[in-house]
Design a protein around this ligand. Structure first.
Ligand code: CAA
Length: 253
């Protein structure tokens, strides 16, 4: 392994102060990387609280505010991050929202908000860093999809469509940058214990958990571990892949 390949990497995790995102930030920081946790301006309080925790633990995690649904905002954030840390080597596109409703009740705003944050963000954020990665000949991009992007979920036409799209983006970009040392993969978490799943009505949660062969939801750390594997230099021959971390809820190959 060259010295360049083993040098400290800079990681950006969008949605980095959320349930899964913050676990990913910790995991990557524990591996010795400099991490930047992206967050939406509306999450300022949570972001400051997380930052305090991370600082107390001595972890190299910084925070950066921006709106992944806006290309201009992503360009601004990228400028700030690059000015401070010089580059981004590891990009984890983790920002995501839900607006669960049957299609009958879904508004145009419910549709576009989810598509903008969960899918269009991949274009908005990845565009800022892809040239730097290919120019330097190294990069790891991990896009967080969902079991519901693979199997579809009642009440989630918007989310299921966006998360299926995440993998389409992944497969196409993986081919474009394969010869430049950059890998692009997606991870499809199943139901994970976070604020997002806490918002599901209790009776519906029970029905869902009953369908999971492992009989429980995932812990955020179980998702983060797989993301950090894909970010490792030694995972350099894995690209265009999707890894399910769903407790057996949807088994496919
Ligand atoms: N399959 C088939 N029919 C179903 C159903 C299902 N899974 N769930 C409900 N129904 C039926 C009901 O029995 C009811 O039938 P009747 O009208 O005949 O009584 C009807 O559909 C209910 O329809 P409504 O439009 O009234 O639905 P609702 O307002 O009660 O709730 C919902 C709809 C908000 C989508 C609710 O079902 C829900 O919250 N579901 C969970 C969605 C979910 O799994 N979200 C995941 C969030 S976490 C996440 O996304 C992270 C990740 O990546 C995994």
């Amino acid at each position: 392994m060259t010295q360049e390949a083993t040098a400290k990497k800079v990681a950006l995790v969008t949605g980095g102060v959320g349930g899964i995102g913050s676990a990913i930030c910790r995991e990557l920081a524990l591996k010795g990387h400099q991490v930047v946790a992206g967050y939406h301006p509306m999450e300022e309080q949570t972001a400051q609280a997380r930052l305090k925790e991370w600082q107390q633990e001595g972890l190299a995690i910084d925070i950066s505010s921006g709106d992944v649904a806006s290309f201009a905002s992503c360009a601004d954030s990228a400028k700030t991050i690059t000015a401070k840390y010089g580059k981004v080597d590891l990009l984890v596109n983790c920002a995501g929202i839900t607006r669960d409703k049957t299609l009958k009740k879904m508004t145009e705003d419910d549709w576009h908000s989810v598509l903008n944050v969960d899918l269009n963000s991949l274009f908005n954020v990845t565009k800022q860093f892809i040239d730097g990665m290919t120019d330097r000949g190294f990069g790891r991009i991990v896009n967080i999809s969902s079991v519901n992007g693979k199997k579809g979920q009642f009440g989630q036409t918007n989310y299921s469509a966006a998360k299926a799209g995440v993998h389409g983006f992944t497969m196409a970009l993986a081919q474009e940058v394969a010869r430049k040392g950059v890998t692009v993969n997606s991870v499809s978490p199943g139901y994970t214990e976070t604020a997002m799943t806490k918002a599901i009505p209790a009776d519906v949660t029970k029905q869902i958990v009953d369908q999971i062969p492992m009989g429980r939801m995932a812990q955020p750390d179980e998702i983060a571990y797989v993301v950090s594997f894909l970010c490792d230099e030694r995972a350099g021959y894995v690209t265009g892949a999707n890894i399910s971390v769903n407790g057996g809820m949807f088994i496919s190959f």
